[in-house]
Design a protein around this ligand. Structure first.
Ligand SMILES: Cc1cc2nc3c(=O)[nH]c(=O)nc-3n(C[C@H](O)[C@H](O)[C@H](O)COP(=O)(O)O)c2cc1C
Length: 386
């Protein structure tokens, strides 16, 4: 069985120094213009001991700006900002992919270009979910997602082109690869959900091919841009975050995707194993979701690439147990990476794992709760042992 500290090849192209992944985590520390900065470069550089970092999700276009202060990957200034980040991670011998999304209906007119309605698979609003946007006085805060406008067929096709440009931009900014954010109730997920997607065109129409067409066209664009070994897809099968209706066809969709992504030689599937079923990004509760191992075994059989599990891992033992099931290749530790920049070393040596204060997860307060967590010193380990 694989060991957590063993290296792993992704898609025959990218070599990871261990099987520990830092999953994407939005931290809202960008500069004006949704531009990544030196502070973010320091943060990611501190965490370059991970086998793979997937950087926080980036907007594919201004129409995807669902949360204020999240980064973009569509202007030259943003590309230059990301270059600081990728250079710093590579200087520390790390590997970094960029997660890319369109939020779809999880947006608010106050953040949309010209105050237009959010973009939707249909006109159905995320009735129970909030986004971080401007109120009538221009003050930032959480408010209910807006009522979306249903995208025309040609607009969906055009959006695939926008993603293709974003993938090219990510490569130009120095990323080792990209991850498509098809989890957690954002636009790809909205299209894939058989209850929400009541369209009758080639991006809906009831069949699994139609529901997944938008995602698969974007995956094909990413593969063309970067090669399959540098493309991953994040999924939260059975997830209900962001007011997603429960989908009786979720398993069918998952297995179809596993097969299709496998055919294209995509590097990895990143499965979220714990969900945020309630609340907004800041107040979300994380509840362990049981992903049926029998279903996962079918995914494994259909998909020859690597599989990442994420959600609720806090210890070396727990991660190793998951690897020992043989169903998975890489383990993501999300929240533990916030307070432990040197998490892989701590796991390796059995050093204590710090717990970060969640009130700093999304603060716009610069380095506080962001880059100010110390690495665990060998000296302190020696002192404790004495
Ligand atoms: C502060 C914070 C920000 C997050 N931002 C993202 C994001 O940008 N993209 C994404 O797919 N998931 C995001 N997530 C979810 C994490 O990637 C991960 O799935 C979740 O934290 C569960 O893993 P954990 O139990 O190891 O923390 C975020 C989670 C946290 C705590």
């Amino acid at each position: 069985m694989a060991n957590l500290f063993e290296s792993q090849m992704l898609g025959g192209t990218v070599s990871l120094k261990n099987r520990i992944v830092m999953p994407p985590m939005t931290r809202t520390r960008t500069s004006e213009g949704d531009i990544p900065n030196q502070l973010m470069a320091t943060y990611y550089g501190q965490r370059a001991g991970a086998g793979l970092i997937v950087a926080e999700v980036a907007d594919v276009a201004p129409s995807s700006n669902g949360y204020a202060m999240t980064p973009g990957i569509y202007t030259q200034a943003q590309l230059q900002g990301w270059r600081l980040v990728t250079d710093e991670v590579h200087r520390k011998d790390g590997t970094i992919f960029l997660q890319i999304w369109h939020v779809g209906r999880m947006a608010h007119p106050s953040l949309m270009p010209n105050g237009e309605a959010p973009w939707g698979v249909t006109e159905a609003r995320a009735e129970g979910s909030d986004v971080f946007a401007h109120d009538a006085e221009g003050k930032l805060g959480y408010m209910r997602a807006g009522t979306p406008r249903r995208l025309e067929t040609e607009e969906v096709s055009a959006l695939v082109g926008t993603f293709a440009q974003a993938f090219a931009n990510a490569r130009q900014a120095g990323f080792d690869g990209v991850e498509l954010h098809a989890a957690n109730g954002y636009l790809f997920d909205q299209f894939m959900n058989s209850v929400l997607n009541t369209r009758t065109d080639r991006y809906g129409g009831g069949s699994v091919e139609d529901r997944t067409r938008f995602l698969m066209e974007a995956v094909d664009a990413a593969v063309r841009e970067l090669g399959p070994g540098r493309v991953g897809v994040r999924l939260a099968p059975f997830g209900t975050f962001n007011s997603m209706p429960e989908d009786p066809l979720a398993e069918e969709t998952l297995l179809y995707l596993a097969e299709q992504l496998g055919r294209r030689g995509v590097a990895y599937m990143h499965l979220v194993y714990e969900l945020m079923p309630k609340g907004n990004m800041e107040s979300a509760t994380f509840e362990k979701l049981h992903l049926d191992h029998a279903v996962l075994a079918k995914v494994r059989a259909a998909f020859p690439g690597a599989i990442i599990w994420c959600g609720g891992f806090t210890s070396r033992e727990g991660a190793q147990d998951a690897l020992d099931t043989g169903l998975v290749d890489l383990i993501a530790f999300g929240r533990p990476f916030i307070g432990n920049p040197d998490l892989p070393e701590r796991l390796r040596h059995g050093w204590p794992i710090a717990v970060a204060d969640r009130s700093t997860y999304y603060t716009r307060r610069g380095e506080v709760g962001y880059t100010d967590f110390p690495a665990y010193r060998i000296e302190s380990a020696a002192c404790e042992a004495a």
